[in-house]
Design a protein around this ligand. Structure first.
Ligand SMILES: [Fe+2]
Length: 340
């Protein structure tokens, strides 16, 4: 089902905070203790039943309906500085598929692929984290299956991928060896999808060239914290300077980076940075996500961020990690229209 359509804002994103929750007494509990009449007891039981149904309904929505059944198309229009006027580009962004049950069986990936192709973008980019590895996974979609499904994506300027932290973490041989190529890269290349790790390519649209630059993952290797309760840290395989150093002329650059935390270091030579990883926090209310896997908290949690004239779009992604739950961040295909 295709649902919501949303336009991006031009600001740095909302900074609204939900605030602390308020502890309230369940309506009817007082009547249960004090009432002598059947009507009070009946009303209390009805109230409790209503609360039970509400909790059940909310849980069903959070654990099943939103992550498994909703699919949004979120649209942004971006007008980077110095973007050449003749060049108009539409990019479909597929981020954080996290293939595996319950939320992302192979049939759902196929439906997402069909929906993306129906949007007829000029270009499709895949922003990493292809497999689910959370402890609540109910079924596995093997790499050869999810890559085959993604291999059916079609766009005139092709399908291009980078890798995410889970693509590294899930490959134990790569973790032990301290290097790739990881399984995710190999299976994507087997279905004809190029994978960029600190690499670039030139593409042509409307007679104009532009660069696609893909960054290696910034969280490829988890580091054991020196102290208990210390914040986890990671060693990356990213090389921003080396990647941009491969750009040989002044044509516009679109940078693909799994984690948005690189953004403060991205020079304004880059027209647009596309990222995933955060899943919008998976739980988001009034523009605030309580848990965001970013050292910048909510700053790059979700959506269109403009800082010093530089543009970043962070996709809320499609799948789940850690917990198979989504509230207020439905799985989304992001469509970005870039023009002068
Ligand atoms: Fe992810």
């Amino acid at each position: 089902m295709l649902g919501r359509k949303r336009m991006g804002d031009d600001g740095r994103g909302s900074r609204a905070h939900e605030g602390r929750g308020r502890a309230t007494e369940l309506p009817g509990m007082t009547g249960l203790r004090q009432g002598r009449h059947g009507i009070s007891r009946r009303r209390a039981l009805q109230t409790l039943a209503g609360w039970g149904a509400g909790v059940l309904g909310f849980s069903s929505y959070a654990f099943a309906i939103e992550p498994m059944w909703r699919l949004a198309v979120t649209r942004y229009k971006v007008t980077p500085r110095r973007w050449p006027a003749p060049l108009r580009l539409s990019i479909a962004v597929i981020a954080d598929v996290h293939a595996g049950g319950p939320a992302m069986p192979e049939s759902r990936i196929a439906a997402i692929v069909a929906a993306t192709n129906a949007l007829t973008p000029d270009l499709i980019v895949l922003l990493g984290d292809f497999a689910a590895s959370h402890r609540f996974r109910t079924s596995i979609v093997p790499p050869q299956r999810w890559s085959r499904a993604l291999g059916r994506l079609k766009a005139p300027l092709g399908v291009h991928a980078i890798l995410g932290n889970h693509d590294w973490w899930d490959d134990l041989k790569a973790q032990q060896a301290g290097k790739g190529p990881v399984i995710g890269r190999r299976v994507l290349e087997q279905v004809g999808i190029p994978v960029y790790e600190n690499d670039v390519a030139t593409l042509v649209k409307d007679g104009r060239r532009f660069w696609l630059a893909g960054l290696g993952d910034q969280w490829a290797f988890p580091r054991r914290p020196a102290r208990r309760r210390a914040r986890r840290s990671f060693a990356g395989v990213d090389d921003l300077e080396g990647t941009l150093g491969k750009v040989a002329d002044d044509a516009p650059i679109i940078l693909l980076a799994h984690e948005p935390d690189i953004f403060p270091r991205v020079p304004d030579r880059v027209a647009l940075t596309l990222a995933g990883h955060t899943h919008g926090g998976q739980i988001r209310c009034l523009g605030y996500s309580p848990i965001v896997p970013s050292r910048f908290g909510n700053r790059y949690a979700y959506g269109h961020v403009v800082e010093d004239g530089r543009h970043l779009i962070v996709s809320g992604g499609l799948g789940c990690s850690m917990l198979p739950v989504r509230i207020g961040v439905p799985p989304e295909i992001v469509m970005v229209d870039v023009a002068a």
